[in-house]
Design a protein around this ligand. Structure first.
Ligand code: NAI
Length: 491
C-alpha cells in the first residue's frame, strides 16, 4: 500500500506500538466498541478528516475508527502535542513495516511551525482525487478546537467571494498564516473547500473551545453541516476536562520545571471543569491555591471548595505558579507577568495560546527570552532584574510539556467521539428518513449513549452497579435500563 504522510521519524513505530498496546489495556471503552461493532462495520464508507492531538491515546481512537470501517487522514490540533512515536506507529499500522507502511496517513510532528501546522491541517482534506471529484474526499470531520472545521468554512466563504482578504494589523500572527494557506489553495483550485464543505456530512467536536466556535457559527447562520458536541457528553467534560487535567497538569509542570509544588502559592484562572481539576491537583500537591473567576456561580463553588477567590491583579504578586483554564483571552497580560515574583511559573491549559499575552510579553522593552529546554523558556525583565518561566510558549502545557491526559480518561472521551461519528454518519446518510436525523445545528449525544460510555468503564475499575428494581424504577419515573436523569440534571 502506498500513501502520502508526513511525520518526524517512521523508525519510532515500534516504540509507539508498545505504548499503544499498553494504552489499549487502559481504554476499555474503545476496545468494547471495537468488539461490539466488528461485524457490523458502521463506519464503512466514512472518510474522516481528523484534527486532534496525535498522541498514543489518539492512536487507539484512530485504529478504532478504522476497525469500524472508516478511512482516516489525521493531523494534530496543536503544534507541540504530537508524540512522534505514536504518529509513526499509526502510519506503519499494526501489520506494516517501515518499508511498507499499511496504516493511516498522518501529517503531524512535535514542534511544527505555524506554516507547517496549517499545511498539515489542509492535508487532511487532500484525499487522492478530491480536486476533480469532491465525493472522493472527506465526508466527516473529527475536530478538537475547531481548526479543521474553521478551515473548511473560511475556505468555502473566500471561494464564494472569489478572494482571500489581507490580514489587518489587529489580526493575530496565526490568522495571517491561515489566510496565506487559503490564498495558496484558492490559486490552485478556486472551489476546493466549496466541494469539501458540500461533501462533509458532519463534524464531531471534542472540546469546549471548539463547541463555542460551532455555536457562534450556528447562531450566525453560518454553520454548513450538522455538528455533535462531544465535549458536553457528561462522560467527556465531567471526566476528561476535570480528572484528565488533575493528572496531566502537575505532570506537565513537573516534567518542565521539577519544582516542588508543596507550599507554593498557585493561581488558577477559571473554575470550570478544567479549573476544578487543576485546583484540586495543585492542592493535592500541597500548594495553597487561589482562584480567579468571572462567573459568580463558579466563584462561589471555588469559595465553598475552600479556595481563596480574588482578582488576577491582586493575585499577581502572590503566586509562584499561574495556570489559565478559561478558554477566554488576555487573562494574564504582559504587565501581570512583569509584576510577578522572580522565577514564577506561567502556563496555560485552555485550548488557545491567547489566554496569556505572549505577543505583549515579547514586546516589553528590554525583555529577553532564554530557552531552558524545548517548551520551557525563561523571560528576563531588564528593568526589574526578575524573570519568569513560561511553559509551552503559552500553549496547552499538559500536552506540550507532558503527554496529555492518561489513557483511561481518554477512553471515555474517545468512546463518545466514536459513538458520535457512528450516529452522525448513519443519520445523515442520503435517504435517511428517521425522525432522529441530525439537522444543521449543534447537538449533544442522547443521554442513554452517555450512560453507555460510563457503563463500558465501570468493570475495569471493579465498580459494581446497583440495578433498579421495576418498582423502584416506576417510583422514580424512569426506565430500568435508563436514562436515569432528566436532560437538565447537572451531575
Ligand atoms: P468551562 O466553561 O467549564 O470553564 C471555563 C471557566 O473560566 C468558566 O467558569 C468561566 O466563567 C471562567 N472564565 C472565563 N473568563 C474568565 C476570566 N477572564 N477570568 C477568570 N475566569 C474566567 O470550560 P472548560 O471545559 O473548563 O474548558 C476550559 C478550556 O480548557 C477550554 O479552552 C477547553 O477547550 C480547554 N480544555 C483543555 C484541556 C486540556 O487537556 N488542556 C482539556 C479540556 C478542555
Amino acid at each position: 500500500m502506498s500513501f502520502d504522510f508526513r511525520i518526524a521519524d517512521l523508525s519510532l513505530h515500534e516504540a509507539g506500538r508498545h505504548q499503544i498496546r499498553l494504552a489499549e489495556h487502559e481504554m476499555p471503552g474503545l476496545m468494547a466498541l471495537r468488539e461490539e461493532y466488528a461485524a457490523e462495520q458502521p463506519l464503512a464508507g466514512a472518510r474522516i478528516a481528523g484534527s486532534l492531538h496525535m498522541t498514543v491515546q489518539t492512536a487507539v481512537l484512530i485504529e478504532t475508527l478504522t476497525a469500524l470501517g472508516a478511512e482516516v487522514r489525521w493531523a494534530s490540533c496543536n503544534i507541540f502535542s504530537t508524540q512522534d512515536e505514536a504518529a509513526a506507529a499509526v502510519v506503519v499500522g499494526p501489520h506494516g513495516t517501515v518499508e511498507d507502511p499499511q496504516g493511516v496517513p498522518v501529517f503531524a510532528w512535535k514542534n511544527e511551525t505555524l506554516e507547517e501546522y496549517w499545511w498539515a491541517a489542509s492535508q487532511i482534506f487532500a484525499w487522492p482525487g478530491v480536486d476533480s471529484d469532491a465525493s472522493a474526499g472527506a465526508n466527516m470531520i473529527l475536530d478538537d478546537g475547531g481548526d479543521a472545521t474553521m478551515l473548511v468554512h473560511q475556505g468555502a466563504a473566500f471561494e464564494a467571494a472569489g478572494a482571500v482578504p489581507s490580514a489587518t494589523e489587529d489580526d493575530p500572527e496565526e490568522y495571517r498564516v491561515v489566510l496565506e494557506t487559503l490564498r495558496a489553495s484558492l490559486a490552485e483550485n478556486p472551489s476546493r473547500y466549496t466541494g469539501v464543505s458540500q461533501a462533509i456530512r458532519g463534524v464531531t467536536e471534542e472540546t469546549t473551545t471548539g463547541v463555542t466556535r460551532l455555536s457562534q457559527m450556528a447562531r450566525d447562520g453560518e454553520l454548513l453541516f450538522p455538528a455533535i458536541n462531544v465535549n458536553d457528553s457528561v462522560t467527556k467534560s465531567k471526566f476528561d476536562n476535570k480528572y484528565g487535567i488533575r493528572h496531566s497538569l502537575p505532570d506537565g509542570i513537573m516534567r518542565a520545571t521539577d519544582v516542588l509544588l508543596g507550599g507554593k502559592v498557585a493561581v488558577v484562572a477559571g473554575y470550570g471543569d478544567v479549573g476544578k481539576g487543576a485546583a484540586e491537583a495543585l492542592r493535592g500537591q500541597g500548594s495553597r491555591v487561589i482562584v480567579t473567576e468571572i462567573d459568580p456561580i463558579n466563584a462561589l463553588q471555588a469559595a465553598m471548595d475552600g479556595f481563596q477567590v480574588i482578582r488576577m491583579d491582586d493575585a499577581v504578586s502572590q503566586g509562584d505558579v499561574f495556570i489559565t483554564t478559561t478558554g477566554g483571552k488576555s487573562i494574564i497580560t504582559a504587565e501581570h507577568m512583569r509584576a510577578m515574583k522572580d522565577k514564577a511559573i506561567v502556563g496555560n491549559v485552555g485550548h488557545f495560546d491567547n489566554e496569556i499575552d505572549m505577543a505583549g510579553l515579547a514586546q516589553l522593552p528590554g525583555v529577553e527570552k532564554v530557552e531552558i529546554k524545548p517548551q520551557v523558556h525563561e523571560w528576563r525583565f531588564a528593568d526589574t532584574g526578575r524573570s519568569i518561566i513560561v511553559l509551552s510558549e503559552g500553549r496547552l502545557l499538559n500536552l506540550g510539556n507532558a503527554t496529555g491526559h492518561p489513557s483511561f480518561v481518554m477512553s471515555s472521551s474517545f468512546a463518545n467521539q466514536t459513538i458520535a461519528q457512528i450516529e452522525l454518519f448513519r443519520k445523515t446518510a442520503p435517504g435517511y428518513t428517521g425522525e432522529d436525523g441530525y439537522t444543521t445545528d449543534v447537538h449533544v449525544l442522547p443521554k442513554v449513549l452517555d450512560e453507555k460510555v460510563a457503563r463500558l468503564h465501570l468493570g475495569a475499575l471493579g465498580a459494581e452497579l446497583t440495578e433498579l428494581t421495576k418498582e423502584q424504577a416506576e417510583y422514580l419515573g424512569v426506565d430500568v435500563a435508563g436514562p436515569y436523569k432528566p436532560e437538565h440534571y447537572r451531575y
